[in-house]
Design a protein around this ligand. Structure first.
Ligand SMILES: C[S@@+](CC[C@H](N)C(=O)[O-])C[C@H]1O[C@@H](n2cnc3c(N)ncnc32)[C@H](O)[C@@H]1O
Length: 278
């Protein structure tokens, strides 16, 4: 089956930037961004920002946050002293939120670019580090976007990227077939907002992954460990690979912090790769 076109991807993310449709606060308010940060760190990442995702370059070198969405990473890097962070996204709406995020913390507006990751408008070697979290699995030509990340990096430049990982939960879901969605519905597993409450109607793992970001999300791909490596190995040395991202708020009951941490590290839904350009 052929994938939807980039236009459909853009239309979805223009209408539904990350964290919109979930927040209990007005979009773009300081509270909206604080709540987003706390959900990313406390819920998705089980309680701590992982320093392995920090840019691996000097603080005064140029960094690109590609597919920045509402600007979580770009702001955190800037507040940690990276002074030349650039933001880029497929959508004007994502860039607007990221810019508002900087403004709401009294920080200068970063250089902002509306781009397609598959064909970046930057010269070869423009950046020392590219951060690209949860982005390339949403674009039709994922391999092309990975190649572009390498192209815009200087020789020896670094990148931190993440894509959806076909973890033990998703592999078990596949084995169980339709029984998995019935079980999930029975246990009341689901996420509020963005049309995702009805997880029992998601028949396949592919559907679950695609619709994790919203019922109407046109593209969401997941990868095995080898598949993720294969995306980047043609252009990069893979320095480090680790799992993260276990949104415990999807469970119908709270779980102990130690268990959350264990699940996040062992059964994470994202696979992160630290890369160095060949
Ligand atoms: C799941 S959000 C991740 C946002 C951010 N990286 C984060 O981790 O908080 C995916 C983002 O990727 C952007 N995106 C999708 N396809 C893209 C493409 N081809 N080029 C640039 N950005 C893209 C979307 O607009 C959206 O903001």
């Amino acid at each position: 089956m052929s994938l939807p076109e980039l236009g459909a991807v853009r239309a979805f993310w223009e209408g539904s930037p990350l964290w919109t449709g979930e927040s209990t606060h007005p979009e773009g308010s300081r509270e909206f961004f604080e709540e987003h940060r706390s959900v990313v760190i406390d819920d998705c990442l089980a309680g701590s920002f992982d320093d392995r995702t920090l840019p691996r370059c000097a603080r005064d070198e140029p960094v690109l946050d590609l597919g920045c969405g509402p600007g979580f990473w770009a702001l955190d890097f800037t507040r940690r002293g990276f002074s030349r962070v650039h933001i880029a996204d497929l959508t004007a709406h994502g860039l607007q939120l990221a810019t508002q995020r900087f403004a709401s913390y009294g920080l200068e507006r970063p250089p902002a670019f509306q781009v397609n990751a598959e064909r970046l408008p930057f010269a070869d070697g423009s950046f020392a580090h590219v951060n690209c979290q949860g982005v390339v699995h949403h674009t039709p030509k994922t391999e092309r976007a990975c190649q572009e990340i390498a192209r815009v990096l200087k020789p020896g430049g670094t990148a931190s990227v993440s894509v959806y990982y076909r973890n033990a939960v998703l592999r078990a879901w596949k084995l169980l077939g339709p029984g998995a969605s019935r079980l999930a519905a029975g246990l009341k597993i689901g996420l509020k907002g963005r049309g995702r409450e009805d997880i029992s109607s998601y028949d396949t793992v592919e559907e679950v992954v695609r619709r994790y970001d919203g019922a109407d999300n046109p593209i969401g791909k997941s990868y095995s460990r080898r598949g993720a490596n294969d995306l980047f190995q043609p252009y990069f040395h893979v320095d480090e690979v680790y799992l993260h991202f276990f949104p415990a708020r999807a469970l119908p009951f709270p779980i102990p912090h130690a268990l959350h941490r264990l699940l996040d590290r062992r059964v994470g839904f994202l696979i992160y790769l630290n890369l160095t350009k060949r």
